[in-house]
Design a protein. Structure first.
Length: 625
């Protein structure tokens, strides 16, 4: 690595740590200040921070690999997360969530189910889910940043501890980066996280612009068009995915056949099914939820969620598309020449491109940008997970009357524990893809049913929520254990067959298992106290099956209008998904020089933005603070 690149990275790390620690003085006032920034941060800073938190290096490496292999159709793979969640939150869920005025997602649950025994059971299970999800994501980042750094940096940091524990170079690099990030995150809470993430967002955008600009200087339109098959740029598909690589790149066809997405129509059908229910279930209790609860007003919560969509996708996919184009020119021939093309090769396309095929200066800034992507997402989860441990478990059940100083110190300890457990899990994960599929398909699959029902059905109670969530967590954990040990099962046995089913296809089973737990827990126990339901409905005003609660409120308080926004909210979500997709496709088509399709994407973006101005933005402006 050139000295210029090293200096850029060193300057970035020093600047980030300095700003994070300098801002940290504001976080010592109490839990509200530490985890929510005292609800004093402007919505546009929170939106930039939220977008920065979603711009992670592990996800970027994964998206580079799937775009490289499958072409523009791969943007639909992101529906597994599901990225639609951001649209549903923007359109109506952010407003419903922010009206509660609480600190965490599990504390919010108490406003829905009450503070009695079933309410506390639901509160506890969502806090446990939040902590497990944070640990899983930290493992995901640990795996990703280690692979990324070893390909980029020349130094071998592998070492042996206690004569029995061998740290690979990947693990050593990951531990160092995690250590630096943990310092300012734990010290400064939400204030440090948001401030550093706004800085990191700027660096990532600049890096994306420079790399994309470099591809326009380095490659002519004719070169790019001759390199990329027309099917690569085709977003339409049939029941079965067509292979389209030919010539020297033909080995990539075999990789497409072996990835588990060959039956593309069925795969997309599954992601649509999952995407709708997972999106309407609302954000998981993590950093996204914390950003919503950190906003000053209900109106700001909606603005922040919309702004997150606007600032995230175009710069992120500009960078991804540019890396993929460079990879197709230089890395693809190297992969074919090596004699074996595997899924794991796709995960190192990103670092290989940076290491060998971008100029000095741009390389340093790009590395700083991707480090920023890792650090911002990691810090967001380190801030979110401990909020549930301290506020929803420790404070509520063990020490309800401690001082603010005591709880802040407890938050520091909880952060170290969450990071340590995530790192331990990362040691045992075999690839980014395995953790990605576990989080998106199994863990989130267990979350969906109970959290969908909590919005739309008055009879759904705390025990139903508890057993629905617990059922989902149990089956998700079993799926992860089977997947991690699939090589040890006897071929053709039941466990062997189940462990080799792609995780996305197990989603319906996980969903139904969790749904059964939800219904059994609900119908075998009494309904939630009507006083709690009336308070929740009056405050949040969701649409759905709330007629008995609405009737009780109308008896007491006269005419209270039913929420009739279901139709317009669903229309806005549909338009929003098209809007979001156009922001993904526009930079991809631009970078690969398909100007007609880039123009169509830009037109779709403009029309959908105009529609949302009248159907969403004008409505949000009328919300009272």
């Amino acid at each position: 690595m050139a000295l210029t690149d090293v200096l850029i990275i060193a300057l970035y790390l020093i600047l980030t740590l300095s700003i994070g620690i300098w801002v940290s003085k504001k976080a010592s006032k109490g839990l509200d200040s530490y985890f929510l920034g005292g609800k004093s941060i402007n919505w546009y800073y929170l939106g930039l921070s939220n977008g920065s938190g979603m711009f992670d290096v592990s996800g970027t490496a994964w998206m580079v690999g799937i775009l490289f292999l499958y072409g523009v159709k791969s943007f639909m793979f992101m529906w597994m997360w599901p990225i639609w969640n951001q649209i549903f939150v923007m359109m109506f869920l952010a407003i419903w969530i922010r009206r509660s005025g609480v600190m965490t997602g599990s504390e919010w649950i108490l406003t829905r189910f009450g503070d009695d025994r079933p309410g506390r059971a639901s509160h506890l299970i969502v806090a446990i889910f939040a902590v497990i999800a944070s640990i899983g994501f930290i493992a995901y980042f640990f795996e990703g940043v280690g692979k990324f750094m070893t390909v980029i940096l020349p130094w071998d940091l592998s070492l042996s501890l206690l004569d029995s524990l061998l740290l690979t170079s990947e693990q050593s690099y990951a531990l160092l980066i995690i250590f630096f990030t943990t310092i300012y995150t734990i010290k400064g809470g939400m204030f440090s996280v948001v401030t550093t993430e706004v800085l990191q967002y700027g660096i990532m955008v600049l890096a994306g612009l420079l790399v994309a600009g470099y591809t326009f200087i380095e490659f002519t339109d004719a070169q790019v068009n001759s390199l990329i098959p027309s099917e690569w740029k085709n977003i339409f598909f049939g029941n079965e995915l067509k292979v389209f690589w030919d010539g020297k790149k033909e080995p990539f066809n075999a990789l497409i056949d072996s990835q588990g997405y060959k039956m593309f129509g069925a795969f997309i059908g599954m992601t649509l099914f999952k995407g709708f229910f997972a999106s309407i279930a609302g954000p998981t209790p993590s950093y996204d939820m914390q950003r919503i609860l950190s906003t000053r007003t209900v109106r700001d919560a909606a603005y922040m969620s919309g702004f997150t969509n606007l600032v995230l996708f175009i710069p992120r996919y500009l960078l991804i598309a540019a890396i993929v184009l460079i990879g197709l020119v230089y890395v693809a021939p190297e992969m074919v020449a090596s004699g074996s093309v595997t899924g794991n090769d796709l995960e190192v396309i990103l670092p290989k491109v940076i290491n060998n095929h971008v100029p000095v200066g741009v390389k340093g800034l790009l590395l700083a940008g991707l480090l920023a992507a890792f650090m911002s997402t990691f810090s967001a989860f380190v801030n979110a997970g401990p909020a549930y441990i301290v506020n929803d478990i420790y404070k509520k059940y063990f020490k309800p009357s401690g001082s603010d100083r005591h709880y802040v110190k407890a938050s520091h300890l909880a952060s170290f524990i969450v990071v340590a457990l995530g790192v331990v899990m990362g040691f045992f994960a075999d690839s980014i893809n395995s953790i990605t599929l576990w989080i998106t398909s199994a863990l989130y699959g267990g979350y969906v049913a109970a959290n969908f029902l909590k919005w739309v059905w008055w009879r759904f109670n705390g025990w139903g929520y508890f057993w629905g969530m617990l059922s989902g967590l149990i089956i998700a954990t079993i799926q992860f254990m089977l997947d991690q040990n699939k090589g040890s099962f006897v071929p053709d046995s039941f466990l062997y067959e189940v462990s080799h089913i792609p995780a996305i296809y197990l989603f319906p089973a996980i969903f139904l298992f969790s749904l059964a737990g939800s219904f059994l827990g609900t119908y075998l126990t009494p309904p939630t106290n009507m006083r709690t339901l009336k308070s929740f409905y009056k405050n949040v005003r969701p649409w759905g099956l709330w007629k008995p609660v609405l009737k009780e409120l109308q008896k007491e308080e006269g005419e209270i209008e039913k929420n009739k926004d279901f139709g317009i909210d669903m229309l806005n979500c549909l338009v929003g998904i098209i809007w979001q997709s156009s922001m993904i496709l526009l930079p991809i088509f631009l970078v690969v020089r398909d100007y007609p399709k880039a123009g169509i994407s830009l037109l779709v973006f403009g029309i959908s933005s105009l529609i949302l101005k009248f159907t969403w933005l004008d409505k949000v402006k009328n919300y009272a603070n």
